[in-house]
Design a protein around this ligand. Structure first.
Ligand SMILES: *Cc1c(COP(=O)(O)O)cnc(C)c1O
Length: 456
């Protein structure tokens, strides 16, 4: 990091910690430092959120913010080469340069899905490839923030000595990587015998302390909470609202990539509902600071096997529905009791948004169809694409609408899903577009005949 330090800008940002703090989402009045080890409101138990006072941020005009963020988007100057830290004043302004733990995440490609859009009847279709990231999912955006705050806490003599989470997939991969980058010990809790080697291998490779417990996922959560009780181990699970601050940059980044134009729709696959809450938080801040004058409509896409938020939407958000999540190919969103429910309801209501669901067959078909136009979609992105098709068929999304689908993970993390699809072995899926390799003798005439058959 020495060259990065050498190219540090002369002026460090304001470190006024009073300008941003944790507060309870239910409105309890206490303010808590983001450098305190605290995850929920001590009065009512609700989630916390990082609140940013607008006054210091209003010292720059909307145009000045746009210029600043544009100017940092292509730089290698520490830490602005990161899509998250290019917006540091809006994320965690009080972090010191030397405590930021970043592998220049974010700034992922937002590309025009020309052929897929034509085929679906929405020519202005765009894919935001958040999975083109260090550990292969959008979880990196939140983890850079959480681990940076922990590093600053530790540099000030906090009792925290390690970070921990219970997760079978993308969260543990991201936590293990960022912790290893910072030299902070990470502990990953998993249900023994229920997790594949492929799901485990990233934290294993990054040197995390991986503990397989004789219990299920909820049992692991209980143990993590008990172990983190004495504040020596910092909890990195979804209830930790620091991660939202990093994830909220996705919405801002999309608008910046559109030269500050707002799309009509953003579709995102959801489980614990942190990501859709984060999208809304980013858009709200842009509205409050005058960078944009309207909001896109947000669509939360759920797998039908784990769709409590869809059920809640159907009942008009009268009450939170909790289900036992069933097995789904989209295993990163296999959540029956979403942590960030209240925040997500606000995101959907305030943006006139929609919640829709997709079956296993629908998500697999949508992913395979998109792959035939050059993508390599993970099953969660398949859920979002299947929901896109449904909303087009329902006439909700119109052919002239500008629509963004957020691809949350890299397809290469889910090769079993791809192989199973093309071998037509996935449960509850009838492969519509299987394309297995064709085994032939090494005979030019046979080969020519086979190619001719396909091209005819
Ligand atoms: C975590 C995750 C999601 C869901 O995000 P939530 O914040 O839990 O709603 C979607 N897709 C992928 C690939 C994920 O890892």
């Amino acid at each position: 990091m020495s060259s990065a330090v050498a190219s540090q800008p002369a002026s460090q940002p304001a470190t006024d910690q009073q300008s941003h703090y944790f507060r309870c989402i239910a409105g309890c009045s206490a303010k808590h430092s983001i450098y305190d080890v605290i995850y929920t409101c001590p009065s009512c138990g609700n989630l916390l959120e990082v609140h940013h006072d607008l006054k210091p941020l209003q010292k720059r005009s909307a145009d000045q913010w746009k210029q600043l963020f544009d100017s940092r988007a292509s730089t290698s100057v520490w830490p602005y080469g990161s899509g998250v830290w290019g917006m540091r004043e809006w994320v965690i302004p009080s972090l010191k340069d030397e405590n930021i733990v970043s592998m220049f995440e974010g700034n992922t490609n937002l590309f025009w899905a020309e052929r897929l859009g034509q085929q679906l009847g929405v020519p202005d279709l765009w894919i935001k490839l958040c999975g083109n990231s260090h550990t292969g999912s959008f979880k990196d955006l939140g983890m850079t923030v959480l681990v940076s705050v922990v590093k600053q806490m530790m540099s000030r003599g906090s009792s925290v000595r390690a970070v921990a989470c219970a997760s079978t997939g993308d969260t543990s991969a991201a936590l293990a990587a960022y912790a290893a980058y910072a030299g902070i010990p990470a502990v990953i809790f998993l249900p023994a015998g229920k997790v594949s080697t492929a799901q485990l291998i990233q934290p294993v490779a990054n040197g995390a302390h991986v503990l397989a417990l004789d219990t299920d996922f909820d049992g692991c959560m209980k143990i993590v909470k008990a172990v983190t009780q004495d504040n020596s181990i910092y909890l990195a699970n979804s209830m930790n609202s620091l991660r939202i601050e990093g994830q909220k940059t996705v919405g801002i980044e999309i608008v910046r990539q559109f030269d500050w134009q707002i799309p009509d729709w953003i579709i995102i696959p959801v489980g614990n509902l942190g990501n859709v809450s984060a999208l809304y938080k980013g858009f709200k801040l842009m509205m409050d600071l005058g960078l944009i004058s309207r909001l896109p409509r947000l669509v939360a896409a759920q797998a039908a096997k784990a769709s409590p938020f869809y059920d809640s939407f159907k009942n008009g958000f009268k009450e939170k529905v909790v289900v036992t999540a069933q097995n789904t190919l989209a295993n990163a969103i296999r959540i029956g009791n979403p942590v960030s429910y209240d925040k997500a309801v606000k995101a959907i209501v305030e943006t006139n948004g929609i919640v829709e669901q997709a079956t296993e067959n629908e998500l697999a078909a949508a992913a395979a169809h998109a792959d035939l136009t050059g993508m390599f979609t993970c099953p969660h992105t398949g859920v979002a694409l299947a929901v896109l098709s449904k909303l087009i068929q329902q006439g909700v999304i119109k052919s002239s609408d500008k629509t963004v689908v957020i691809s949350t993970a890299h397809g290469l993390k889910f090769t079993d899903f791809k192989v199973g699809y093309h071998e037509s072995t996935l449960e509850e899926v009838t492969s519509e577009y299987p394309n297995p390799a064709v085994h032939l003798p090494a005979n030019a005439e046979v080969v020519k005949a086979e190619i001719a058959k396909r091209l005819s």
